[in-house]
Design a protein around this ligand. Structure first.
Ligand code: SAM
Length: 248
């Protein structure tokens, strides 16, 4: 497997099957809690302008909209965006959804805050991953905040079984994970067994450590960079998540 994920691989991985198992992996109460953590750690207020990169089917963006933020969600998957828009309409919330690639953003000095939630960073090679950070920096106004939530690779290596299964009724989503020690990437082979059919997709992402985030974010134009664990607690080697908050 290479050191980047192509657009067609992303579209295949983040398609209808991703939505089908979404609420099993992240039930509504988890999404409520996630939205609260993001609200607090980005110091959001009523009327704050917020950009979610890789917003998926809008489980976070729509909740932040309900709390009173002015939210723009960008994603590369048309299928997930259609679901995000339908959910926004159902909730009667106004969120702007855009089809696009986070490696090239149209805004300059526009947002109070931006975030990439739930392992949405690192799909590409180092140059493109750093391009994403530069594009976010340009999109934020001076003093704007960026939050990136990712798996903590120390905890991942220690605790995670290489096979992770999610079940919804008779349907199964089976993830077979491996680490590439030469590229610091995690590879994920996904097998979907649904309605009697079997489909395979895969994803791979770079597992950056906190000091690497600091170097990349400083070079993209950010100043202070902070580390938190899951739900905003202290970041330790046992934390399941690494949540990075950077200030422009
Ligand atoms: C792991 S999902 C997370 C979705 C959402 N943040 C959540 O918490 O439910 C990653 C998302 O990033 C999107 N994505 C991947 N590469 C992208 C790119 N280059 N530009 C924009 N979105 C991208 C995928 O389509 C997917 O919706």
């Amino acid at each position: 497997m290479g050191n980047t994920v192509s657009v067609s691989e992303l579209e295949s991985y983040f398609g209808e099957d991703y939505i089908h198992f979404g609420d099993v992996v992240n039930p509504p109460e988890t999404s409520d809690r996630d939205a609260g953590v993001i609200w607090t750690h980005l110091s959001l207020e009523q009327g704050s302008s917020v950009l979610e990169l890789g917003c998926g089917y809008g489980r976070i963006a729509n909740r932040l909209g309900e709390k009173g933020a002015r939210v723009v969600g960008l994603d590369i998957s048309p299928i997930l965006l259609a679901k995000a828009e339908a959910d926004a309409a159902e909730r009667n919330v106004n969120v702007e959804y855009l089809l696009g690639d986070m490696r090239s953003l149209p805004w300059r000095d526009r947002f109070d805050a931006a975030f990439l939630w739930y392992t949405t960073f690192g799909y590409f090679d180092d140059v493109d991953n750093e391009t994403v950070l530069c594009e976010v920096a340009s999109s934020l106004r001076k003093g704007g905040r960026l939050l990136i939530d990712h798996a903590n690779r120390f905890a991942f290596l220690r605790h995670k079984s290489p096979i992770y299964i999610v079940q919804r009724n008779d349907d199964l989503r089976i993830d077979i994970m491996s680490n590439d020690v030469l590229s610091d990437r995690r590879n994920l082979e996904r097998i979907i067994v649904r309605d009697g059919c079997v489909r395979r997709t895969h994803l791979s992402f770079r597992q950056y450590g906190f000091s690497e985030y600091v170097r990349m974010l400083r070079s993209a134009g950010f100043g202070a960079v902070e580390a938190y664990g899951e739900e905003g607690g202290a970041f330790t080697s046992d934390s399941s998540r690494l949540m990075v908050v950077a200030y422009k």
